[in-house]
Design a protein around this ligand. Structure first.
Ligand code: AHR
Length: 320
């Protein structure tokens, strides 16, 4: 029989071998925006899980929605000499200096889910969806659903100055452009949160004859849509029929709303941005393989026809 010492020695050797073969980067800093939405929570959970599975020491910093906190976190990661940095940038502008500092320190940076306005020489790659396309898919769904019927639309935008707020607005407008039956009558930020989504929807309903003048809501994320659905119900209207609801993310709660007939469509954004990011970093650190500047994830449309209750069951324990 093997002694306890021999068993411990063997298992230690096995875990050391596993760690060194599965992770090239040992220490990675992750500057996360915060926890404004269910989608963001899932991205955080998956990034931590992926890091653990790969034996990476992930230094996590929650910026509480503030760019200044993200810049501070990046500088602290650079000072600690991490092997790489992941960042989900809260807004698109204002990153040049800190990205330059990371570059000078030879620390590769990977952008997650949102883009920056800086030169792409300043980061290794970006993992995300085509945000304009997402808005386009949502808009096209509405065009098809209305089939020429007149419709006044209200829009809940994401965080002002963030790339998804800018691009999802543009994509939606491109899709409805030229369809004179559809009018975007109000548009305001709900900051990607449920609370703000509800608050702003209440003000839209008030301003538009208690909602009688509104035919559809387009929300840049599901959390704002869920907040708005509550506001619509409190105003005595039926979300999903009196006011159509289309949004983006595909979080479990929107599938519950779809199953109840209170939401109509959502465009999926995968929260697993870290998997492709870690793969790209591994290849780059192993032999200098440069990834493409943009690693694109899929954007799938779900409607009430896609068995929303089943999708809810599949997604509900995935960290949202
Ligand atoms: O950048 C992705 C967006 O950020 C998600 O759609 C939204 O839910 C999140 O807050």
């Amino acid at each position: 029989m093997l002694s306890r010492k021999a068993i411990l020695g063997a298992s230690l050797l096995a875990s050391v071998t596993l760690m060194s073969s599965s992770a090239i980067a040992q220490t990675i800093g992750f500057s996360q925006i915060g926890s404004e939405s269910g989608w963001r929570a899932a991205e955080t959970t998956l990034t931590k899980q992926q890091a653990e599975e790969r034996g990476i020491d992930l230094k996590f910093a929650d910026a509480q929605q503030k760019q200044e906190n993200q810049i501070k976190a990046m500088r602290s990661f650079i000072a600690q000499g991490v092997d790489a940095i992941l960042i989900a940038p809260v807004v698109a502008t204002g990153w040049d200096s800190v990205l330059q500092e990371a570059k000078e320190a030879e620390i590769p940076v990977v952008l997650l889910d949102r883009m920056v306005d800086s030169s792409d020489d300043l980061y290794l790659t970006a993992v995300g969806s085509d945000l304009v396309h997402e808005g386009n898919v949502a808009g096209q769904w509405l065009v098809d659903e209305l089939d020429g019927k007149d419709c006044n639309v209200v829009e809940l935008q994401g965080t002002t100055g963030s790339s998804p707020a800018i691009d999802r607005k543009n994509g939606f407008e491109q899709a409805i452009n030229g369809h004179d039956n559809i009018k975007l009558i109000r548009s305001q930020t709900g900051d990607f949160t449920r609370t703000k989504g509800k608050e702003v929807m209440e003000s839209f309903l008030k301003a538009e004859d208690g909602g009688k003048n509104i035919c559809a809501l387009y929300a840049h994320n599901d959390d704002m849509a869920v907040g708005a659905i509550q506001a619509i119900k409190e105003a005595g209207l039926k979300p999903g029929s009196d006011i159509l609801v289309v949004s983006i993310d595909a979080v479990p709660d929107i599938f519950q709303a779809m199953a109840a007939g209170e939401a109509n469509a959502t465009v999926e954004l995968t929260p697993n941005m870290a998997g492709p990011a870690f793969d790209a970093l591994d290849a780059y650190m192993k032999d200098g393989t440069k990834p493409p500047k943009f690693i694109q994830t899929e954007s799938k449309l779900y409607t009430q026809k896609d068995d929303p209750q089943k999708v809810y069951e599949e997604k509900k324990d995935l960290g949202y």
